[in-house]
Write a protein that binds this ligand. Sequence first.
Ligand SMILES: [Zn+2]
Ligand SMILES: [Zn+2]
Length: 405
Amino acid sequence: MSYPVIFAILGLIALAAVLVRMALRKDPNANSHQGHNHGTGDGHNHGDTGCGCHDEGDAANLRADSSEFHAVHHGKDTRGGCKFDPAEEKRARFLPKPKIDTSNLPAPDKRILAAHQGVTIAGITDHLNVLSGEVASVIRGKSVTIKSRNSYAKDLELALAYVEDYYKALGIPVKRVPYQVRGKTYYNIEAEILGTVDPKKVVIVSGHLDSTVGSPWSVENVAPGADDDASGTVGVMEVARALKDHKLGYTIRFVHFTGEEQGLYGSYKYSDQCAAAKTDIVGVFQMDMIGYCGKPGNRVDIHDGEDRNGSHDLVVACVRAAAQYKLDLNVVDTHNHAVDNRSDHAGFQDHGWKAVLISIEFTDDGFDPNYHTRGDRVSALNLPYMVEIIRMTIAAAADYAKIQN
Ligand SMILES: [Zn+2]
Ligand SMILES: [Zn+2]
């Protein structure tokens, strides 16, 4: 056959493949919602440009199975959800929300103002670029590029090392906290600053380190995950740097979870470990996707599961922090259950602790179109917006951890 004929045939095959793929793609909002793990990517990638060359191998090992979890998480189907539950969001849209009083705000704390100045676009860009594979970095003496933070990708180890070394360089004690899933060991990272007044009380600032391009139960060798959740990872790192030189009444932990995209494994296991150790957790600020904002208005959503366990307190802390420091944010108390099982705050709420998810607008027109795709890159993020969210979290966490005079 002549080349033109071959090209014509190849073109027809490619067109057919695209049409079949479009037909197979489900509308993420048309699903029923029984459990909404933000982390599950099955069939819900928006314009996925993934390679389609996944190697299942024994990677399905981490596929969520509620029998793996502590009794408090039982009954949750952590599989197959989509980004949020629009029916729940709709149901709650017109419900009255608790009023948040932003009168009588204290004058801005000079230490927090100084800490805010330390959070810069240049600073967060450096970390985001390394974590999402835009640039190479020297990690443990070798120049490497983190192309994926997928739970089965070998590069996840580089990301773990990068985060660990960051805390070591800051002088904050850090460790890997192991957990087991079906006989295999995985790790979360925990850095901790001990409280000076009541160190038994613990505030947690967290995010998830792992990423996916839509098929989390297989090896994904390219999964940049800049918004999801390199942004939250960098947020946690920045809050730690901002608070490290201040005396805090309570202990504060900076925790980076893994296995989130497979079904919140790292955080469920970590929250179970905290429960077993009878840890007195006073509040969890989980940051998951804090970098994308495609609309004017800088809306950031705080999800408290309709004040589950009194978690609304943390929303109040965030709203007041944004007002006190005049941050360029519209902080929205979603006050519904639309993302209850969708990020790492879930396990803590299950155990009865106060926990919130801080995230971009999750409703359809505000959602990150690059979610769980190879397009989730730093270039698509709104960095000034992300800086403001980190500043809000610094102020709220400092307040919650009782910063000392
Ligand atoms: Zn995700
Ligand atoms: Zn996420």
